[in-house]
Write a protein that binds this ligand. Structure first.
Ligand code: DGY
Length: 321
């Protein structure tokens, strides 16, 4: 029987599924050394939230498959995995809709000041009819600029176009014909997107090209009335530059689900700003979606170990060797 290591809590039924196909070792990766020790004779591993690089994997000579319970795979050194012939699988489709919900929620939360005003009511401050100082701005019929029109970006475009009659601009390496045809999305250059959008929404993966993609010059290129929305990966934004831009009114506000360091430090200046909504990386965090991701990742792992997996592979080229 193949040996697999589980390095994140999984529901009992997912563990049972794994046990019906493999010998399972469950570890808590926060305990020093236990993951490296368990990987020594493992064929595969499943989990999330741990840096998977030479340091973690050099002592795992049998390893053939890593299955991440996430769509993003920036925690993995894919070049290293390619060199070792280790297949990496991920969970791209099952989380698309709930993550798009989170991203679009941030558009509404920031524009309509929903978190701030809900806190205002709970704090007992609603003692008279609210005035203009607490008004938000409209979302419908505004321009949404999406950086990265992949699965999740396209799903946000659908909400924006069909639900809120928004004008959708996008930047992407490819042309998204479906989004252009069905949601009126228009491909533009980065400069045009930044200058024309009321909401700039980041939906790109974290790579060396996208790290710090949004820094002072990009923030200055945005409208002063615009909002930056990030539900993809924190390091795509130069966080100190964003803090400055929010303080000095370069942009109107930000809606964030992700940060350079997570969990976000209680000392972060972002927490003190009324024009910033901070969520705790909840992109896909619904019962239904997290359940589906766990199951999907477990099936990816077993399918890959059995040589039957057809989709969800990050680096399928390792199989051709
Ligand atoms: C993902 O699936 O990549 C989510 O951001 C969770 O990390």
């Amino acid at each position: 029987m193949k040996k697999v290591v589980v390095y994140k809590p999984l529901p009992e039924e997912t563990i049972e599924y794994l046990r019906s196909h493999a010998e399972v070792t469950i570890v808590d990766p926060k305990q020093p050394g236990v993951l490296i020790e368990a990987l020594k004779d493992a064929d595969g591993a499943i989990g999330t939230g741990v840096k998977m690089n030479a340091e973690t994997l050099d002592g795992a000579p049998r390893l053939k498959v890593l299955s991440t319970v996430s769509v993003g795979f920036d925690a993995f050194d894919v070049n290293y995995l390619n060199g070792r012939g280790i297949l990496l699988t991920h969970t791209p489709d099952v989380l698309t809709e709930s993550t798009a919900d989170t991203a679009f929620s941030l558009v509404l939360l920031t524009a309509r000041r929903l978190a701030e005003l809900a806190a205002y009511v709970k704090a007992g401050k609603w003692t008279k009819k609210i005035g203009e100082d607490l008004f938000g701005v409209d979302v419908h019929h505004k321009t949404l600029g999406i950086v990265g029109l992949g699965r999740i970006g396209t799903s946000v475009a659908r909400r924006a176009s069909l639900g809120f009659q928004m004008n959708v601009l996008y930047v992407d390496q490819g042309v998204n014909e479906r989004a252009e045809r069905e949601y009126g999305a228009k491909k533009v250059g980065v400069d045009e997107l930044l200058e024309s959008s009321d909401f700039v929404l980041l939906q790109a993966p974290l790579t060396k090209e996208t790290r710090n993609l949004i820094s002072t010059p990009q923030l200055k290129a945005m409208k002063r009335s615009a909002f930056l929305i990030n539900a993809s990966r924190g390091p795509i934004v130069d966080e100190p530059a964003l803090v400055e831009a929010l303080k000095d009114g370069t942009i109107a506000g930000a809606g964030l689900d992700v940060y350079v360091d997570e969990p976000l430090s209680v000392d972060s200046p972002l927490l003190k700003m009324d024009n910033v909504v901070t969520l705790p990386h909840i992109g896909s965090a619904t019962h239904e979606t997290r359940h589906a991701m766990n199951r999907n990742a477990a099936e990816n792992l077993i399918g890959a170990l059995n040589g039957t997996l057809k989709a969800n592979m990050v680096n399928p080229e390792v199989l051709k060797r």
